[in-house]
Ligand binder design. Structure first.
Ligand code: GFB
Length: 306
């Protein structure tokens, strides 16, 4: 009963590696280029998975999404088309894939709920990624319908944690800020932050999403996308101050308002998740950030060598 985890070299893959027990195969780009149908088939032939946790995707922060919307659309569509078709042909018993709260319509009602996923255009800052990821909901439903598969989709809010993408051009806000503050503190420079600081985000520690993923793999068989969030919003300004404090940075903070704010907020409704697992305890932001900062600082040399 092998479970194949695609895209396991990333943030959530690292968290799943840390907590999973049993017959898991953690695949990454070295195993197969999933934009290639042939390489995807070869991987499934070699592993013969019964279950798949599909993490592989082209992801990036707001700047990367704005610069490369076509590439985000193309690569994610190709990867997902191959994974679903091959999983179908290899009679995989369960396929779990991931959307993100950034794909919801920019003008949806708050809090965001899965029923509103397709009722309008996503925010312009991530058009390519958002539509490709929405198609995972469509693919799951139509493959369940025609081929009797058991495909589910999970919708995490803004994830952060160890083994993230620390590139300050293409990364998300938490890893970028930790990297920038580390450099500014060590070089006695001011910190440059994007936007106005007013946007609100729901930050979720990667290990929490990993625990919820294993729960959903065993307990959730409904094709309605399941939002995974703690419904706690934090402003970017508060986030910057929190990380600066945790890293003992007292230097000047420059807000670069020529950089995009993106969506002002994306508060999500986690009540369906809470109904399923009422006792679930999320890692609070301070503890999650502390663990992530310690991981970054103790792996700094290998990170910058990459
Ligand atoms: O994490 P982030 O890139 O993703 O940006 P989104 C979050 C907020 O942090 C934005 C601000 O308002 C940024 O302006 N910010 C401030 C920074 N300083 C920085 C910085 O140095 N780097 C970054 N990256 N942001 C993404 C989507 O939107 O959400 C992706 O574009 C994905 O497709 C992800 O879904 C979860 O939350 O704005």
């Amino acid at each position: 009963m092998t479970t194949l985890v695609t895209g396991s070299a990333g943030l959530l893959g690292a968290a799943l590696k840390k907590i999973s027990v049993g017959d898991y195969y953690f695949a990454d780009r070295m195993d197969a280029d999933l934009t290639s149908y042939e390489e995807t088939v070869a991987l499934f032939k070699r592993i013969e998975p019964k279950r798949v946790i599909h993490l592989a995707a082209k992801v990036g922060g707001i700047e990367a999404n704005k610069k490369h919307p076509g590439s985000f659309f193309y690569e994610n569509m190709l990867i997902n088309l191959n994974i679903f078709q091959v999983a179908k042909d290899f009679k995989v018993e369960k396929l779990v894939s991931f959307i993100s709260t950034c794909v919801f319509p920019d003008t949806a009602n708050y809090p965001l709920s899965s029923k509103d996923l397709h009722i309008g255009a996503p925010h312009s800052s991530n058009m390519g990624y958002a539509y490709a990821k929405r198609m995972l909901d469509v693919q799951s439903r139509v493959y369940n319908q025609e081929f009797g598969m058991n495909c589910i989709t999970l919708v995490p809010a803004n994830m952060y944690g160890p083994s993230d993408n620390w590139n300050i051009k293409s990364g998300h806000v938490v890893p970028s800020l930790i990297h920038k503050i580390y450099t500014a503190r060590n070089n006695n420079e001011s910190l440059k932050v994007w936007g106005t600081g007013s946007p609100l985000r729901e930050f979720i520690f990667s290990e929490d999403i990993a625990r919820l993923t294993l729960f959903a793999m065993d307990e959730y068989d409904n094709q309605e996308p399941l939002i995974l969030s703690n419904s706690v919003e934090t402003s970017i300004r508060d986030l910057v101050e929190k990380i600066a404090e945790l890293m003992n940075f007292n230097g000047k903070i420059d807000w670069d308002i020529s950089k995009p704010n993106g969506q002002e907020r994306k508060p999500s409704d986690n009540s369906p998740m809470r109904t399923l697992i009422p006792s679930f305890e999320f890692t609070n932001l301070n503890d999650g950030l502390q663990t992530t900062i310690e991981w970054f600082e103790s792996n700094y040399e290998s990170i910058i060598r990459k």
